[in-house]
Design a protein around this ligand. Structure first.
Ligand code: ACO
Length: 426
């Protein structure tokens, strides 16, 4: 095994270099503090691998995203969200009977405890659906005590299935609550995604027909958001789980982290930005603002910590916009604005030099809005899909023999020890 050499205070130290199946090597610095008394400093973890994982691989320079080795483009085109969920959870694509069994298990967990409806009613009518989602998912541990023992593999599996199955129901309930319509019960005759669409847009007064093209597009959007390596919300789920917290609490922590505009909130922010830009003639003004160091404005849906190339999910998303428009026989001038914005930004030196490309959120807002979702629901949909990844990553963490409670250190720059000064002497 190769060693990485470190010289510190005239002493030499060696650290093993570990290789994954693909991707950059990592320097194993677990013994660094014990041997040198020094920590590493890496705000934002730009150079730190926090765990080993077999789930998802990203090559940001090449724009590659693989789940268990399978390229995201192939999964989005050829598989279903349930298949991808099975793949992420179990490591292999399911055979026919395995998929049927998995789908039927998930379907049988879609209903939520009836008392949960009362819990919803405690929220203000104008509450953001992400606030509701975060609160309700956290509360699931109070409703499903029998699947909170993280040391019991059967309970972990049941909790995982419950989270994946109930998330569409809860997301749809958050939507229904915000528009003042009655909650819809799940319909077990429908697919995971068809059922979600019915619970969201169906009303008791008339039958709801799931549009197959919308169902397919929505399912693909879920696939595109299913997992994404050790991003902020996934790391939050792992960190929360590292203390032994129950899975429902961990996923609620992930939802809270996802909400931020630098992460899952960017799809909402991207559509708001496109609306603010309005027509293509105003694009240069916004590009100039994004380039201005004194202006906090950024092009939302642009740039990524890992991708320094086109986000492969954005490619599929852009194609899906056209399919949805065709199926619904609609168009949206904002899509033209988005295409033009992409074109202008990608030919601008600022964006070229900084390797800023559209990310998954750039086009998703245009599709979701065509399907009928208000912008406040966009991040909820992201959370719904990402629950699969969070749950798979959480399970992987719990069974990792190297797993320890997450506890970063710091570079302390505050005052050194000083005596307490009484109130009358300050
Ligand atoms: N518009 C304008 N400039 C940008 C943008 C942008 N969208 N993104 C990055 N930059 C610039 C920064 O100002 C910085 O410039 P500098 O080096 O001159 O200071 C440089 O590019 C690097 O940016 P950082 O913020 O240091 O990069 P980081 O990896 O920390 O951030 C992030 C990545 C948060 C995604 C950033 O690109 C961003 O804020 N994008 C807009 C929000 C967004 O779309 N988020 C969704 C991400 S995908 C997801 O979560 C699913």
């Amino acid at each position: 095994m190769t060693d990485a050499k470190l010289s510190l205070a005239e002493k030499d130290f060696g650290y093993p270099v570990l290789s994954g199946s693909v991707g950059p090597d990592v320097i194993d610095i677990r013994k660094l503090y014990g041997q040198t008394g020094a920590f590493t400093y890496d705000p934002g973890f730009t150079s730190t691998a926090s765990c080993q994982s077999k789930l998802t691989y990203i090559d940001g320079d090449e724009g590659v995203l693989l789940h268990r080795g399978y390229p995201i483009g192939e999964l989005a085109e050829q598989s279903s969200f349930m298949e991808v969920a099975y793949l992420l959870l179990n490591g292999e694509l399911p055979k026919g009977d395995e998929l049927n069994k998995f789908e039927s298990t998930i379907t049988r967990h879609t209903m939520v405890h009836e008392q949960l409806a009362t819990f919803f009613r405690g929220f203000r009518r104008d509450a953001h659906p992400m606030a509701i989602l975060c609160g309700v998912v956290g509360a699931l541990s109070a409703f499903y005590h029998d699947s909170t023992d993280i040391h019991d593999p059967t309970q972990r599996t049941i909790a995982s299935h419950r989270l994946i199955a109930k998330m569409p129901t809860i997301a749809a309930m958050a939507y229904k609550y915000s528009v003042g319509q009655p909650f819809q019960y799940p319909d077990n005759s429908l697919s995971y995604t068809g059922n979600f669409l019915k619970m969201t847009f169906g009303v008791p007064a008339e039958p709801y027909e799931v549009n197959p093209a919308v169902e397919k597009a929505m399912d693909r959007i879920f696939i595109l958001h299913a997992d994404h390596e050790q991003n902020a919300s996934t790391s939050t789920v792992r960190l929360a789980g590292s203390s032994g917290a129950n899975p429902f609490a961990c996923i609620a922590a992930g939802i809270a982290c996802l909400w931020g505009p630098a992460h899952g909130g960017a799809n909402e922010a991207a559509l708001n930005m496109l609306q603010e830009i309005g027509t293509p003639d105003r694009i240069p003004e916004f590009i100039n603002r994004a380039k201005d160091k004194n202006d906090p404005f950024r092009l939302m849906g642009f740039g990524h910590r890992v991708y320094k190339n086109y986000d492969p999910r954005a490619t599929v998303m852009q194609k899906t916009v056209r399919e949805v428009f065709e199926a619904l026989n609609v168009s949206d001038p904002l899509f033209e604005t988005a295409l033009r914005l992409e074109e202008l930004a990608l030919s601008d030196d600022y964006f070229i030099e900084k390797k800023l490309f559209p990310n998954v959120d750039f086009y998703s807002g245009v599709i979701l809005s065509a399907i009928g979702f208000p912008t406040s629901m966009f991040t909820v949909l992201f959370a719904l899909a990402r629950t699969v990844g969070w749950v798979a990553q959480w399970n992987e963490m719990i069974t990792d023999p190297d797993q320890k409670i997450g506890r970063p250190r710091q570079l302390y720059t505050g005052p050194t020890a000083r005596p307490y000064v009484s109130l009358d002497e300050r």
